[in-house]
Design a protein around this ligand. Structure first.
Ligand code: 4AZ
Length: 251
């Protein structure tokens, strides 16, 4: 419920600024984590927009640098910017969003996964093939994220600037947490048919989870980004792990 109202604030702010009706809005920080440094995540992008003035640096999502001028993020983070990519920015190397460290680069195009679509689970929007690639206005000189698949990994790490609980709206510090990968069955129990193991990964627990404004950020396993924060029922709710978009389904 509280989550829904935060999502509505975001939708309203973006909708007012873009003057278009928005069916959903990006969301998603890290529950149960600890402060982290972008030096450990040099390829990690804070995806945002100067029109999203309710958050420092305009940040509303995460992303990963996959080529010097390409950032991988969640489809639901940027689908409403498809016709106005120039409103988006990617910021690297900024541990604290209220600061001005690192570098910010403009976005020139948004390509959302051709099979991206939305359904719903209770009040949450479920993103299928929840991936998008942003083209940057110039290449950045930073290490690239290496991509992979979770395989049989049992744990991973998540990183993001999002909420540290369902009620913390104010976190602006990069944080990271170690999360369990409990397997498909845990998310099938929680979410039924809304969880599609062919394009989603189940991760997190009541002790460590992603949350609003973490979306599009990385789930790292065995040193590779294996999925991006996508959706879930609340944050850190017992029995409801987070759901991540698999990268194997990259077009
Ligand atoms: C969100 O609203 C969101 N606990 C992201 C991740 C999770 C829940 C919600 C997973 O963007």
């Amino acid at each position: 419920m509280a989550l829904l109202s935060r999502r509505s604030v975001l939708t309203a702010a973006l909708g007012a600024a873009l003057a278009v009706p928005l069916a959903s809005a990006p969301a998603s920080a890290v529950v149960g984590g600890a402060p982290a440094s972008t030096t450990a995540y040099p390829w990690l992008a804070a995806v945002g927009s100067p029109i999203f003035f309710v958050r420092p640096s305009g940040q509303f999502c995460g992303g990963a640098l996959i080529k010097p001028d390409r950032v991988l993020t969640a489809g639901h983070c940027v689908s409403m910017f498809r016709s106005v990519p120039g409103l988006l920015t990617a910021t690297f190397g900024r541990d604290e969003l209220t600061g001005s460290g690192g570098e910010t680069v403009a976005v020139t195009s948004v390509r959302v996964h051709p099979r991206y679509r939305e359904t719903s689970f209770r009040d949450e929007t479920v993103g299928h093939h929840d991936l998008a690639v942003l083209t940057l206005a110039r290449p950045v000189r930073r290490p690239l994220a290496s991509l992979g698949s979770p395989g049989s990994a049992r744990t991973g790490r998540i990183a993001g600037w999002g909420f540290t609980s369902e009620n913390d709206l104010f976190n602006t510090r990069l944080r990271a947490a170690r999360v369990p990968l409990p397997g498909d069955a845990a998310c099938e129990r929680a979410y039924g048919d809304s969880f599609d193991p062919s394009d989603m990964v189940c991760a997190g627990s009541a002790a460590a989870d992603s949350c609003q404004f973490d979306s599009g950020g990385p789930l790292v396993a065995r040193g590779r980004v294996v999925a991006l924060v996508s959706w879930g029922y609340g944050c850190g709710k017992p029995g409801y792990p987070g759901v991540y978009a698999r990268l194997d389904s990259l077009p």
